[in-house]
Design a binder for this molecule. Structure first.
Ligand code: PA5
Length: 417
């Protein structure tokens, strides 16, 4: 995986070098963990929560579910399901139970559809909740427990795996009702939990090789520890964002030419949005799917107000490619004869990057192929770069005080307070 930055210094009014120095100074304290964030930095050391024994348990639970069920209901919201969904929707393997997502919506239609997906099919639940106070997963859990009870009666408890905080009310609730219980890491917040039971169990159920995911993350950690200064890709990325932010670029758009990455985009948006948007500061994260969105916001990027940083995910190898056949009907697309879609996609990618980087600061993260190993690499890379970036910005990456406000508002209305 490589990071290329295009003319950052030009757009950042020569602040890049200065930001690189600042980020380099923060590197060693961050990579080994800082005392002030000890309760939130368990993800830094991957073995803590994705060691050999954790992986054995995950694989054994996943194996049973895969052998038994047609549908796997993944209940969780935000950090409790985004990482798993990013991987499953990109590289989940058949045959596997179909993963159906719940606990992230209050729509009757959406929940009704998830219930319909279970009709006449064997199903089980993984509820993931760090606090088990969040409304959306709480509602879905209640509804799907009832559905399990109606279908399987006394046998239904064997079809629930809960991932929650050890020693919490949720754990006693689950034990009382006979549900399997896996720990949600006590020292990791939701959006940093990809490499733990939270992200890895659902991935394993979908047939993803979670050992490869972990190995990619381990290798990225080793690389970030050994590379210093501007040779370190997390330092470069965080420094570029910082310099550009100070120069007035307050939006970053993550883009790719691979629709399968849609849910990875969402994971990234949450990671940066919730970690950095506080204290009146932060780069607003958005994402786009090209080439489709080139036909909507492409015009703005090329010609509108210049306040956006664009970060391209550049996937080099992406499986087999369809070849456009010869066509003798003179449809005007003769120049495409015998070209592969990957070749055409690559041409579109390069043309877009070239055009946009003439106008905007662009970065490019090159990923050799979309597989489990590389997902591990990009999860760890972005988590760590986000931590560094938030430090440069001067905010706490691990809290989310603003989210609590809306939650209090809902409870007030529903409880008549
Ligand atoms: O990243 C975070 O901390 C949040 O997005 C949480 O994951 C999300 O709010 C869900 O929280 P919980 O698992 O406690 O329901």
């Amino acid at each position: 995986m490589e990071l290329t930055t295009h003319s950052i210094d030009k757009y950042a009014n020569s602040r890049f070098e200065d930001s690189l120095d600042k980020a380099s100074c923060l590197l060693s304290s961050c990579i080994y963990g800082e005392k002030q964030f000890a309760e939130s930095s368990g993800w830094l050391r991957i073995d803590n929560w994705a060691g050999e024994s954790d992986l054995d348990i995950i694989e054994s639970i996943a194996k049973n579910i895969r052998a038994r069920d047609d549908v796997f209901i993944l209940i969780g919201v935000g950090g409790s399901n985004n990482a798993a969904r990013a991987v499953i929707e990109a590289i989940g393997l058949a045959p596997a139970p179909k993963t159906v997502y719940a606990g992230n919506s209050l729509s009757s239609q959406a929940i009704g559809q998830a219930l319909a997906d279970c009709k006449d099919r064997d199903f089980s639940i993984n509820i993931i909740a760090k606090n088990f106070e969040t409304l959306e997963p709480g509602i879905a859990f209640r509804i799907f427990r009832k559905a399990l009870q109606e279908r399987y009666g006394d046998m239904s408890s064997g079809r629930v795996v809960a991932t929650g905080t050890s020693g919490s009310f949720f754990e006693s609730f689950c034990k009382k009702h006979g549900y399997a219980f896996l720990p949600f890491p006590t020292d990791i917040g939701g959006r940093f939990s990809a490499l733990s039971n939270v992200g890895l169990l659902p991935m394993a159920v979908a047939g993803v090789n979670v050992r490869e995911v972990v190995s990619g993350a381990q290798d990225m950690r080793a690389r970030l520890i050994s590379d210093s200064g501007e040779t370190n890709i997390a330092v470069r990325y965080a420094a570029a964002r910082n310099a550009l932010y100070e120069a007035g670029y307050h939006v970053e758009q993550l883009v790719s030419f691979e629709p399968k990455l849609k849910w990875f985009h969402k994971w990234w948006v949450q990671l940066f949005g919730e970690s950095e948007g506080k204290g009146g500061r932060g780069i607003f994260p958005v994402s786009a799917e090209y080439p489709e969105d080139l036909h909507s916001i492409g015009q703005f990027l090329q010609d509108g107000s210049p306040f956006i940083i664009e970060t391209f995910l550049d996937i080099i190898g992406n499986g087999e490619s369809i070849v456009i056949h010869d066509d003798d009907k003179q449809d005007g697309f003769g120049y495409l004869d015998n070209k592969s879609l990957s070749e055409i996609n690559r041409a579109a990618y390069k043309a877009t990057l070239e055009a946009h980087s003439e106008r905007l600061p662009c970065m490019q993260l090159t990923i050799p192929t979309l597989d489990a190993y590389n997902f591990g690499q990009i999860f760890y890379f972005f988590q760590f770069a986000c931590y560094l970036s938030a430090k440069l910005l001067g905010v706490n990456p691990f809290d989310q005080p603003g989210v609590e406000k809306y939650k209090r508002g809902i409870y007030g209305r529903l409880c008549g307070i």
